[in-house]
Design a binder for this molecule. Structure first.
Ligand SMILES: [Zn+2]
Ligand SMILES: [Zn+2]
Length: 342
């Protein structure tokens, strides 16, 4: 079993240069009909850890209902025992005893999301250095129909493939990444979107893109496009949908059954010239890559090393997921600057 390292505390966002708060660009096209992408909810670590735990318990219950015994067992074991490297106030490393790798598992999704970011961020930065392009976040949606999740995903993927073959697309986009997000509307119909990080060659009228999307889908023109000011944040936002493609807490047993049929469906991919660029990417071309450097530094930490945040010595704690939750709560309630372990 591979030991997988989660770097929960030293998340790149804090280490990246902070961009000044920018006013919305006049070239930002917001379409209110598209689901909102920014929730702006800043939850504490204990709150998010508790939500993950509850989600897993919910999934485990559903798996049991469907007599998916093996899945239920994996979910129960996943991240149930943790080796935590800490100074008492900061967490440098969390190593889980076991990872289930189930796509809807919130713990494993976070890991997958971090992996995707580490893999693609250096390539995106290098691509931006080598090409005169602007990254944009494009959301493509389609009409809701009575269909299965699989049919809904196929319909939007087919339309996107057609779009990429059109001369408009080739003229204005130099490739990028796509990811799928699934939601359901009030009537229980699937609402599938594509989140695209597109490398735009030059500016174009959004109405043109709308009519192109309508031409390939036959009935959908709803989309949203906004420039990405910080590529790391843009990528983080997009992989969020890969790592959390669904609102699992609202799942019933039928939803899980349907999801299990999607096992091999791809949720994330690259396209166009960016795809080719990734294939030939040389990892030494990554002088702007703070993420992997930082992660590498933390991976080498062991008991007795100085905490990268406060220099206090690190020690190893063996915790259950519930104990980790209480540990987070302890850290959060400790007065600033005071080491809060007992
Ligand atoms: Zn898992
Ligand atoms: Zn510390």
């Amino acid at each position: 079993m591979n030991q997988i390292t989660l770097l929960t505390d030293f998340i790149p966002s804090s280490s990246l240069p902070v961009l000044p708060k920018l006013e919305p660009s006049p070239h930002t096209y917001l379409d209110n009909r598209v689901t909102k992408t920014h929730r702006g909810n800043k939850r504490t670590r204990s709150q998010t850890a508790r939500a993950r735990l509850r989600t897993k318990e919910h999934l485990e219950r559903l798996a049991n209902e469907l007599h998916e015994v093996e899945l239920a067992d994996k979910l129960r074991r996943c991240h149930s025992r943790l080796s935590v490297l800490t100074c008492g106030l900061h967490i440098a490393q969390i190593i889980p005893n076991f990872t289930c790798e189930f796509r809807l598992c919130p713990d494993c999704s976070r890991r997958r999301s971090r992996k995707l970011q580490n893999k693609y961020l250096p390539m995106m930065r290098a691509f931006l250095r080598h090409h005169h392009v602007t990254p944009v976040h494009l959301v493509l949606t389609q009409t809701h129909k009575k269909e299965t999740r699989k049919q809904s995903a196929k319909r939007i993927n087919d339309a996107f493939r057609k779009l990429q073959r059109r001369s408009f697309w080739k003229e204005f986009f130099k490739g990028g990444t796509w990811s799928l997000e699934f939601t359901k509307d009030k009537n229980g119909l699937h609402h599938t979107h594509l989140h695209i990080i597109g490398f735009r060659r030059k500016f174009f009228d959004i109405e043109l893109l709308r009519s192109e999307w309508l031409a390939v889908t036959g009935d959908s023109h709803v989309l949203n496009l906004k420039p990405i000011l910080d590529i790391a944040a843009g990528l983080r936002e997009v992989v969020k949908y890969v790592s959390k493609p669904l609102d699992v807490r609202r799942f019933g047993a039928d939803d899980l059954r349907e999801f299990l049929k999607l096992k091999n469906m791809r949720m994330f991919g690259t396209f166009g010239e960016f795809r080719e660029f990734c294939k030939g990417f040389d990892r030494s071309d990554n002088d702007g890559d703070e993420v992997s450097e930082l992660e590498k530094a933390n991976r080498d930490l062991t008991e007795g090393c100085a905490c990268p945040k406060c220099n206090a010595p690190l020690f190893d704690l063996r915790l259950s997921s519930d104990e980790l939750l209480r540990f987070y709560e302890g850290i959060e309630s400790a007065p600033p600057g005071k080491v809060g372990t007992s």
